[in-house]
Design a protein around this ligand. Structure first.
Ligand code: OOG
Ligand code: MG
Length: 267
């Protein structure tokens, strides 16, 4: 595809996100992952031009549970920004999102630059339980691999719990609860066999990650729909919990943005 066509796909995805109006998967013409990352770069550039500051890096499809759920089987990566940040224990407004889902993650904080082929364990300053909100800009979360890459890997929000010094991260239990009810359960070993492998992969894919970067290693379980008025908590054994509450749906006229939304499971 020509550069102007790639830019046009970025503009469509940007508009889809800004107006909560999904586009059809399969409609982008994207077939090449290299071109898809060029679109992602253009999309993220639009966000930073509006004042978003990049805080980190996220990986996707690092667990079998996620690959199976989404029907894709390749590791992908995207960017997270300060505007996506949700305060631990805070409130989160779903207004303006299309069909949000939430998934439990592990976050790494780099204390040193991590270069491709470098030792991920040596570069990590801290690790924390995390929650990621994903919101595909494609109708019904149906997309091809290049399309989800172009869409900044469905990134929409993230919350990070208390940071701990990195200990043994193998085989830690991961729980996702909605209103105190167990929604998903898994293990940190579901993430490429060990979450540090996700970090090594991030360095390989990103080229070089500077100190201070937050890296989401990818969900250990499948994602679940995130409704309004819900308390969400992820717990990772030994690391603790991270949580937030989603705002209630506003009463009365939902307004045009919400009218355009197609929530999961609605008829
Ligand atoms: C893509 C995002 C994948 C993960 O943790 O695997 C991801 C999607 O599922 O729409 O964030
Ligand atoms: Mg994720």
């Amino acid at each position: 595809m020509r550069a102007t066509d790639l830019e046009a796909v970025a503009a469509r995805l940007d508009e889809a996100a800004r107006h909560a109006r999904p586009i059809a998967g399969g409609s982008t013409g994207l077939t090449d992952t290299g071109e898809a990352y060029a679109v992602q770069e253009a999309l993220v550039a639009r966000m930073t031009a509006r004042g978003d500051r990049i805080t980190g890096f996220k990986l996707g499809f690092t667990s079998l549970a996620k690959m199976r759920q989404m029907g894709v089987s390749d590791l992908i990566h995207g960017r997270i920004t300060d505007r996506m940040r949700i305060a631990d224990g805070g409130r989160y407004d779903l207004g303006g999102l299309i069909h949000p889902r939430v998934e439990p993650e592990i976050a790494f904080l780099l204390g040193d630059t991590l270069r491709p082929g470098g030792d991920p364990a040596a570069a990590v300053a801290a690790v924390a339980p995390a929650l990621e909100v994903i919101d595909s800009r494609y109708d019904g979360f149906v997309f091809s691999l290049p399309e989800v890459i172009a869409d900044n890997t469905s990134a929409a929000g993230y919350a990070v719990g208390p940071w701990s010094a990195p200990g043994d991260l193998a085989g830690l239990g991961v729980l996702l609860e909605l209103d105190g009810r167990l929604a998903q359960a898994g293990s940190t070993s579901a993430i490429l066999g060990h979450p540090l492998r996700a970090l090594a992969a991030a360095a390989r894919l990103a080229g070089e990650l500077p100190a201070g970067t937050v890296i989401l290693a990818g969900a250990a379980t499948a994602a679940v729909p995130l409704p309004p008025g819900t308390h969400v908590r992820a717990t990772v054994a030994t690391l603790g919990s991270v949580q937030f509450g989603t705002e209630e749906e506003p009463a009365g006229d939902p307004g045009p943005r919400r009218a355009d939304r197609t929530p999961e499971g609605s008829s």
